[in-house]
Structure formats: C-alpha cells, structure tokens
Design a protein around this ligand. Structure first.
Ligand code: ATP
Ligand code: MG
Length: 419
C-alpha cells in the first residue's frame, strides 16, 4: 500500500515553521490595529465570477492559476487566489459601500496552480490590507507606511527595499498602450509566445513578463512617464511627497506593473535580494474600478498583500522558545497534589505539563528532552513538610519551597522573559 502524500505545492505548518507564521500574523494584527484597521474574514471560495470578472482575463492568475471547480449543485466556484476581490465582494454584499472609509486587515490561505519551488506554493498564506474610500495619495502613503512598519517590527528593515511606480489613470494608460503596441508590433517575432498573445489582448501585461527574450526587448520600450496626463502627474508627485512625509524611503522602478488589471496610479513592491527569483514580499497598489466592476458604486481604494511563507523565510534568527514547567509526582499518592498544582499554575498563566506515567528518573529525562526549563518534583516526605522541590533544568540547581513561593517565582520569571 502506498503512503498518502500531501498534495504537491502544499505544506504543513508544524514546529518552528508554524511559530514563525504565527509571529508574522500576530505582528501584522498588532500593527494594523494601531492604524485603525479591523480584521475581516471572508470565505476561502467564491463564485468564479468574483475573480474571473475582476482580475483580468490575461492576468497569470485568471489565465492559468485558478483552482476552479463545479460543485454538486452545478455552480462554478474558485478557491481564492488573492484577498482583494473577496473583500470588495463583502463590502458590497454587507451594504458597507456608503460607510467609508473602511480599513480592513485580512489573513488566510490563498490558492494558485503554480509550479512549486522555493517560496512558491499552491496553497500559501497572506496577510493583507485594504483602505477603501479615500482617493487622496496620502492614503496610499499611509498604508505603505503600515506595511513598512510590519516589516520593521519583523526585523526586516535592512533586507527590503520599496520599489514604486505609477500606472496613471485609464486615459494615460491608453496613450501608453498605443505606444507599446507601436513599439512591439515590428518586434512581434522576437517576443515569447505568451507575450504575442498579450500584445493583442493586453500589451501592458508584457511588462510583467519573466521571459528573458521579453525582458531584453523591454529595456528599450517607451517610457510611461512621458504618457502621463495632468491628473496622473499630479497624483504621482503628491504620492512621492506623501511618502517622504511618512518617512518611507523608496526607489522608482518603471517596470513595476503588478499582475492584476484593476490597478491604477500607485503600484509598489517591497522586494528583497535574499529569496532569489521569489523576491517580492509585500506588494500592492491603488484600484479604482474593481468595486464598480462588481456592481457596487465607483469606489477608490488602495491595498497590499504579503506572502507569509516568504516573510517567514526571512526570519532567520527567530527563536521563540516556550518556557515549559514539568510537574513530576514521585508516587501515585502524589498524583492528586500534582493535578492541583497544574491547575494553579495554568490559572497563574504558567505553561506546564505532566507525564501520566513513569518513575521519577524517566519523567525527569523526558522533561529535559522536551526542553522544559523547570521541574516541580512532588515527593511525599517534602509534601508533608509543606514544600515542593523546584529544579532548574537549565543549570541543575534545586531548592525546596512552598507552593505559593514557587508560583510567585515562576510568574516573576515568566514576566521577565516575555518583556
Ligand atoms: P510573483 O511575481 O512572485 O508571482 P505575484 O505578483 O503573483 O508574485 P501577488 O499576487 O501580488 O504576487 O501576491 C502578493 C504576495 O503574495 C507576493 O508578493 C508573494 O509574497 C506572495 N505570493 C504570491 N504567489 C505566491 C505563491 N504561489 N506562493 C507563495 N507566496 C506567494
Ligand atoms: Mg504570481
């Protein structure tokens, strides 16, 4: 019989991996709350139209990465490949389009049918945020600062760089599209097969191509800055001033276009050189048409998403050892006192555990092996004298103390290490 295997591109979160993952989520929850954001949870699957109609037919996600299936009732459903579309759907169906701004934080699994490799999975996880309502560039700057604060809180300030671009408004993009088509049409045969299709359907998408032959031609492609109309130029200037005001360093990169069609004006990516080709860790932009596309009123918004696995991989020196206390009764008659001790300690907020069997030596060995930092040894003779033996498993020293003093001491130690 063959063993049951995990699905290709999925992974279990156990041990240190899960600790890092939780640390990223906890940090993001804490920081986004400081910015007045509230967490939303939306379903992991939606009607296929929620994504297919909004992300753009020629985006990588819609054209080849979605997990779409027909359920038993005959409806076409899709496992969410990203978070924004579901949040916008929820804004509309919960009747919140007139209650703006909405500041939304979300986290959870996302699903994309991609070729699995380091930093690229089929089920991965994101943290993300959306600031829905404001049309001012100040909003873009603030939500970027929030992402930056999360990266700083994770200790990644020196590992990442913000790359910034503008995609302008639809009018500016139309001008650019025409110029790109004029540039690429004579070079059509030298483009990758995907980009030949993009040239017909959505030429801007060529800029997002990873194919070397496309990258080579892109080096001399027309510059978008020359296509910006007055509104777009004003937004772009204002955005850069606002980022300065919020103290976020950035580098302009005209190649940042983002993989989705719904963006306009701001597009940005925090990138790192530490993860090879999978260098984008937190990315997003402004979107003006998405909510209207879904049947809501025209509502401007700006947001970003960040891959938790990629952030976790950067947390190299992360150690988060839990301090555990092992409770060891030396005989069956001490079992009751040991159970009392467990509940007292847990009541006082101390992490503790007890093995259900084995002699004292065995249990001490096991406690040491499990990484426990202290052991409480409950012996009959000591107990009769009103004391319990507290053994420091880190240095081997031991003292006999009353139950109350032990609890007080452990509480103090726990407070000292969490500070
Ligand atoms: P890439 O260019 O690496 O494919 P993307 O443009 O598709 O990224 P987004 O759709 O912007 O990425 O998603 C935001 C973030 O989610 C990415 O910056 C990355 O950190 C993470 N991410 C995207 N796809 C995956 C994946 N398959 N596995 C792990 N993390 C991912
Ligand atoms: Mg991708």
């Amino acid at each position: 019989m063959s063993m049951i295997q995990p699905v290709r591109g999925t992974h279990d979160l156990i041990g240190e991996g899960q600790k890092k993952h939780a640390h990223v989520v906890d940090t993001a929850r804490r920081i986004t709350s400081l910015y007045g954001f509230d967490e939303w949870q939306t379903p992991v699957f939606e009607d296929t139209g929620v994504f297919a109609r909004t992300l753009g037919d020629t985006s990588d996600i819609v054209s080849k990465e979605m997990y779409t299936f027909t359920d038993r009732g005959g409806d076409s459903l899709t496992l969410r490949p990203e978070g924004t579309a579901g949040i916008c759907r929820a804004l509309i169906t919960n009747g919140l389009t007139q209650t703006l701004p909405q500041r939304v934080f979300y986290t959870g699994p996302m699903f994309r049918y991609e070729r699995p490799q380091k930093g690229r999975y089929r089920q991965f996880h994101q943290i993300g945020s959306e600031l829905i309502g404001p049309s001012e560039p100040m909003a873009d700057a603030e939500i970027i600062r929030m992402g930056y604060d999360i990266l700083i809180a994770l200790g990644l300030e020196k590992d990442v760089e913000l790359e910034l671009n503008t995609l302008g408004d639809p009018e500016s993009r139309q001008i650019w599209r025409d110029r790109l088509v004029a540039y690429f049409t004579p070079l059509r045969d030298r483009l990758s097969e995907d980009s030949r299709t993009r040239l017909e359907k959505n030429p801007l998408r060529i800029l997002d191509s990873k194919a070397p032959e496309d990258r080579e031609l892109l080096a001399d492609a027309p510059d978008f800055a020359s296509c910006l109309n007055e509104t777009s130029r004003a937004f772009w200037d204002d955005l850069r001033r606002s980022l300065d005001a919020f103290g976020v360093p950035f580098r302009e990169n005209p190649m940042i276009v983002r993989g989705l069609d719904y963006y306009s004006h701001t597009a940005f990516e925090f990138v790192t050189t530490r993860l090879g080709a999978q260098g984008t860790v937190l990315a997003g932009g402004r979107y003006e048409g998405l909510i209207a596309e879904m049947g809501g009123p025209k509502t401007p918004a700006v947001g970003w998403g960040a891959g938790i696995e990629r952030l976790s991989m950067l947390l190299e020196n992360f150690t988060h050892a839990e301090r555990t206390v092992a409770i060891i009764p030396t005989s069956d008659t001490m079992q009751g006192a040991a159970v009392d001790m467990l509940s007292h300690l847990r009541g006082a907020g101390i992490r503790c555990e007890m093995a259900y069997r084995g002699n004292m030596k065995k249990r001490l060995e096991r406690a040491n092996k499990s990484g426990a930092v202290r052991a409480l040894i409950l012996g009959e003779e000591e107990f009769a004298r009103g004391v319990i033996r507290l053994k420091n498993l880190e240095n081997g020293s031991q003292t006999d103390l009353s139950a109350d003093s032990i609890i007080a001491q452990l509480v103090q130690e726990a407070a000292g290490t969490s500070a």
